[in-house]
Design a protein around this ligand. Structure first.
Ligand code: ADP
Ligand code: MG
Length: 728
């Protein structure tokens, strides 16, 4: 074992299993660091409370005087809790979060010090943030953008900093972040779904999209992770021979959680609890050292914020436990990668889950309405939805038989398929009383009973109905959920608006009864969206062929996947739903392309370093040792040495072959990179990186992994899979 590896492994051993003392019940600790409803009640005046509630529920404006009052109250609370700084916490298009801390502290002209934080600082800030990605919206020399308070996500104290969730927009009004378009999409789906829900219950005045994510991740010892340049710089292993044992024994999944990991999880959960992240489930995942954490679902905007905050808290708690968290979608070859299932539904302010069947036929018609409309929306915009989960790192995972394919389809199970088939057979126009009774009692009315039986879950489906929600399974573990949630809620909003209009036309013009009109429209949707329904094996080759026949998109890499963003249909959808202007969409596409390019570029550079500075030198050193051995044998035995050195000579030649291939492929890859870098247009450049540069990676890896098997373990410079994945 090389000295470097040995040192890293030694350091990883005997780590202290420290953990924070847990005091009291978690339910009592929940949200203690959050300026939530309970704190608002305690600290805000009646006017301020009403104003903030209005902003949360209906998006009404908070006037400046009230903002001053709210700021004063939050400041008092935060300082009492030990906060010294505040920050506008936002989600630039880098995919993670950003913050710039300011002290509450200020000086008066006479030199006295005081704690200052007013409505102005609460409501708006102008971070000098010229280096955030903006896709051409904002020229860097102007650097004009501002963050604005999002009262729907409560402020919280993290460490000693008061964090205020904000949107990030250019002075010209365009969104420069992931939150602003998400909030607009949530507003659109609220409007549209409320309109449709009123068909069934006039008391509904608001519909919230709900999101429950499931975060998968790997935990690796920190010093072992740091011993690898690829993990340090790209978040994944670019090379590495698979360990003799992987996940084939299924002995990790749901197994006993290792004690050091468990103490990490406990500390993490304690931190999350204080921050109001309702963490609930923890378990081992399929691959060695892979785990999952899932919370109770929440309103989508809050759930997105909580997921981003969680990833940050995980990094920090891992640091204390000498772990490194890998959020990359494919950190290791040969074993499963990580995803982040997004469970989604719609909930009314009357406490009803619109995707949950109820006890009366009318309730079930409501369920069917939202169920079928979601199917129709995904069918119409399948390619756009696919684009929302595209990223360089997720390209490694989608479609490689561990995660859903790049083809979008919907799984609803046999029983619900039967219901839809029956509905499809309903006659057009007015229904006879017998038909109506039959439908209501025997089809719609039976839904809750049959759903009890809805256990046949299909893990290969990218979009599955799981009893009372849809589960989007292709989302990457690193992805900001705001992206898929923005698209999903936008397409559903658009679909529900179209539905409402169609139903109203049938009621007004054709004089159909409301339920007849609804049945009629749903029947058409069921007919026209059939191709998106697929209950079979999503991993199979046949499905790829069948999907092609059905004209479903199958965009296997990011450049292909994100073309659709700027199609005429997508642009007009985003515009008509008030989610994004054309400028914003184009900027976003540009940022996605640039991000893709940079990721491949960085990996290319790291490959170059690993091959030239780590792998080839080690291989040559070992080859040199064998060469001296052979020449020594020759010295002693003369011509007779051949018989004794046959094996050595083969190894010398094998090493030579792989070293040469490595050199050739690496140089060729660098040449392609140089060519690609000369390209101005981001789209062409992204394709050059995807089609000319990236294909070398697998070849290079192949020869490198072969050398790993040949070279003396003591000389091999890179920590091996067996050490990364099994050293506890
Ligand atoms: P899996 O079998 O995929 O692990 P689970 O049942 O464990 O699924 O996960 C369920 C997830 O779905 C949880 O994170 C939960 O919060 C979420 N969830 C449950 N109901 C809803 C809902 N109505 N809306 C959104 N998410 C939901
Ligand atoms: Mg799941």
């Amino acid at each position: 074992m090389s000295k470097l590896r040995f040192k890293a492994i030694q350091e990883s051993q005997g780590r202290t299993r420290i953990h924070i003392e847990e005091k009291g019940r978690r339910s009592e600790q929940f949200g203690s660091n959050v300026f939530n409803e309970e704190k608002m009640l305690r600290h805000l005046t009646k006017d301020a409370l009403e104003s903030v509630r209005g902003a949360i529920v209906s998006g009404s404006k908070i006037d400046r005087k009230i903002a001053d009052q709210v700021a004063e109250a939050i400041k008092g609370w935060a300082i009492n809790m030990g906060a010294t700084h505040y920050t506008h916490w936002f989600q630039p298009l880098t995919g993670s979060t950003a913050e710039k801390h300011d002290a509450f502290f200020d000086l008066l002209p006479d030199g006295r010090a005081l704690e200052k934080f007013g409505g102005g600082q609460l409501v708006q800030q102008e971070p000098d943030a010229s280096s955030f990605p903006h896709g051409g919206i904002r020229n860097t020399f102007e650097a004009r953008g501002y963050t604005a308070w999002d009262p729907t996500s409560p402020a919280f104290i993290y460490g000693t900093t008061l964090c205020i969730p904000t949107i990030f927009v250019a002075y010209t009004g365009e969104a420069l972040d992931n939150k602003a378009p998400l909030l607009r999409a949530l507003h659109a789906v609220d409007n549209a779904a409320t309109g449709v829900a009123k068909f069934f219950d006039r008391n509904v005045t608001k519909v919230n999209a709900t999101l429950g994510w499931e975060q998968e991740y790997f935990l690796i010892d920190k010093s072992l992770a740091l011993s690898r340049p690829d993990i340090t710089l790209t978040g994944r292993t670019l090379v590495g021979h698979t360990a003799a044992k992987g996940q084939q024994l299924d002995d990790h999944y749901f197994g006993v959680i290792p004690s050091r990991v468990l103490s990490f999880m406990r500390d993490l959960e304690i931190e999350c609890t204080k921050l109001g992240i309702p963490v609930k489930t923890r378990h081992n995942e399929v691959a060695p050292n892979q785990f999952e954490l899932a919370p109770v679902f929440e309103e989508a905007n809050l759930a997105v914020d909580h997921n981003l905050l969680l990833m940050d808290v995980m990094d920090k708690v891992a640091e204390i436990h000498n772990f490194k968290v890998l959020f990359h979608e494919k950190p290791f070859a040969g074993i499963n990668g990580s995803g982040k299932h997004n469970n989604w539904s719609l909930a009314t302010d009357t406490g009803v889950n619109l995707l949950s069947p109820g006890s009366t036929p009318m309730k079930n018609l409501q369920f069917l309405t939202f169920f079928v409309n979601t199917i129709k929306a995904v069918d119409t915009y399948e390619e756009l939805l696919r684009s929302s989960i595209a990223s360089e790192s997720n390209d490694h995972r989608l479609g490689v038989n561990e995660a859903p394919p790049a083809i979008l389809s919907i799984f609803i199970g046999k029983q619900l398929s039967n219901v839809l088939d029956e509905l499809e057979g309903v006659s057009q126009g007015k229904l006879s009383p017998e038909e109506k009774t039959e439908l209501k009692l025997n089809v719609v009315g039976k839904i809750p009973e049959i759903m009890l039986d809805n256990t046949d879950r299909n893990r290969t489906s990218p979009f599955a109905f799981t009893g009372n929600k849809f589960e989007m399974r292709g989302v990457g573990s690193k992805t900001n959920c705001a992206k898929p949630m923005m698209v999903l809620n936008t397409i559903v909003a658009s679909q529900l608006m179209a539905f409402k209009e169609e139903v109203e036309v049938l009621i007004d013009k054709k004089k159909l009864k409301k339920d007849e009109a609804i049945f009629n429209v749903l029947r058409e949707y069921i007919k026209t969206s059939k191709r998106i329904r697929f209950d079979g094996d999503g991993y199979s080759v046949e499905w790829g062929k069948e999907a092609k026949k059905r004209k479903l998109s199958n965009n296997k890499n990011t450049p292909d996947a994100i073309q659709v963003l700027t199609s005429k249909d997508s642009l007009s959808l985003f515009k008509s739903m008030g989610v994004m202007s054309e400028v914003e969409v184009r900027a976003r596409q540009e940022v996605e392309l640039d991000t893709y390019i940079m990721h491949v570029q960085i990996e290319g550079r790291v490959f170059n370093e690993i091959i030239y500075n780590h792998v080839i030198p080690a291989a040559i050193q070992y080859q040199g040792m064998i060469v001296s051995n052979v020449s020594g044998l020759k010295e002693i035995y003369g011509a007779g040495h051949k018989k004794l050195s046959e094996g050595q000579l083969t190894i010398i030649e094998q090493i030579a072959k792989h070293v040469e291939a490595l050199k050739l492929k690496t140089d060729a890859m660098v040449e392609e990179r140089k060519k690609a870098n000369l390209i101005e247009d981001s789209n062409t450049k992204a394709y050059a990186y995807s089609e000319k540069v990236k294909p070398y990676f697998e070849d290079i890896r192949y020869h490198c992994d072969k050398l790993e098997r040949l070279v003396d373990d003591r000389l091999w410079p890179l920590t091996k899979y067996r050490e990364l994945l099994f050293v506890k």
